[in-house]
Design a protein around this ligand. Structure first.
Ligand code: EPU
Length: 262
């Protein structure tokens, strides 16, 4: 656990990888040789209240949140305070920094939708950038792999707890048919067509008859075919084999949504 900039600079002196919430990740069965960095301490702090006291309904406010702050708890806090703009990321079991790094989202919104600016630490130092300085897109921030999102300044609308809750409920309904446990989430990004529209990867795998397909103890979920679930003791090799089968069975180029560490 790394809690401040001095500690971060020290651990970044040797090869490292950055763990967010770890929920979108499959780690190689043989383990890793690099150090794994997880943010805590100062990087798990939230400072939202200064603006709130001064703001009025409908007003745009900003507040800093650490990259190590868990997204579900942050959304609960924003709902209680009546801050709107991140509701579309409801149900994503990430830390804020990881969610931003991969621009996690749903059909109702993505991490970059609620961002004013972000602090990024790399071996070259610390910089603060705005989203328009990054080549971000669907499920991609454009931030290089060894760069760490240590803090984000959120861009939020002052609303009411009731309205924020309604928006969260609407986004949550779309996740009702998805498996919630023992899965790293959607395996592949929804592939883009030439006109920019996206095909549902889950629907493609479903139509290819893949639901319930199994390698070892990894199985393509019966509820949604873009999810691989661990039936208990599945290995990374099982997951890789299933991912290979999924690619093979649909005739479209597919990009992984998971992080695979090997
Ligand atoms: N569908 C099927 N069979 C399946 C799965 C889906 O027919 O096995 C159909 C559904 O019935 C629906 C359509 O495909 O008509 C779209 O399905 P869904 O609403 O689940 O949306 P999705 O495009 O498959 C995306 C995100 C999810 C997010 C949901 C809801 C991606 C890769 N997936 O799924 O995000 O939760 O929308 O907002 O963008 C994730 O990023 O890990 C993730 C799960």
């Amino acid at each position: 656990m790394v809690g401040n900039h001095a500690q971060l600079a020290e651990v970044m002196g040797a090869p490292y990888r950055i763990l967010g919430g770890g929920s979108n990740l499959v780690v190689a069965d043989e383990g890793l040789s690099e150090r794994v960095i997880r943010l805590g301490g100062q990087f798990a702090a939230t400072d939202l209240n200064a603006d709130l006291a001064l703001s009025t309904p409908g007003q745009l406010v900003t507040g800093w949140v650490g990259g190590g702050v868990p997204l579900p708890g942050l959304l609960r806090k924003l709902q209680r305070l009546g801050y709107s703009n991140l509701e579309g990321t409801v149900g994503i079991p990430a830390q804020l920094g990881g969610a931003i790094w991969m621009n996690a989202g749903t059909r109702f919104g993505e991490a970059f939708g609620g961002l004013h600016s972000l602090e990024i630490v790399s071996p070259q130092g610390t910089r603060t950038v705005t989203p328009d300085e990054l080549p971000w897109s669907y499920r991609d921030s454009g931030i290089p792999r060894n760069h760490i999102v240590t803090r984000a300044r959120l861009k939020l609308w002052r609303s009411s707890p009731e309205v924020v809750q309604e928006r969260m409920d609407a986004a949550d309904i779309a996740r009702k048919g998805q498996p919630k446990n023992r899965t790293p989430g959607c395996a592949f990004k929804n592939p883009a067509l030439a006109d920019g529209k996206r095909l549902g990867a889950g629907k493609l795998f479903d139509e290819a008859g893949l639901k319930g397909s199994r390698v070892g103890n990894a199985m393509i979920a019966l509820e949604h075919a873009n999810f691989i679930v661990n039936l208990g003791g599945a290995t990374a090799a099982d997951v890789h084999a299933l991912l290979g089968l999924m690619r093979e069975r649909v005739g479209v180029a597919l990009e992984l949504e998971y992080e695979l560490w090997s």
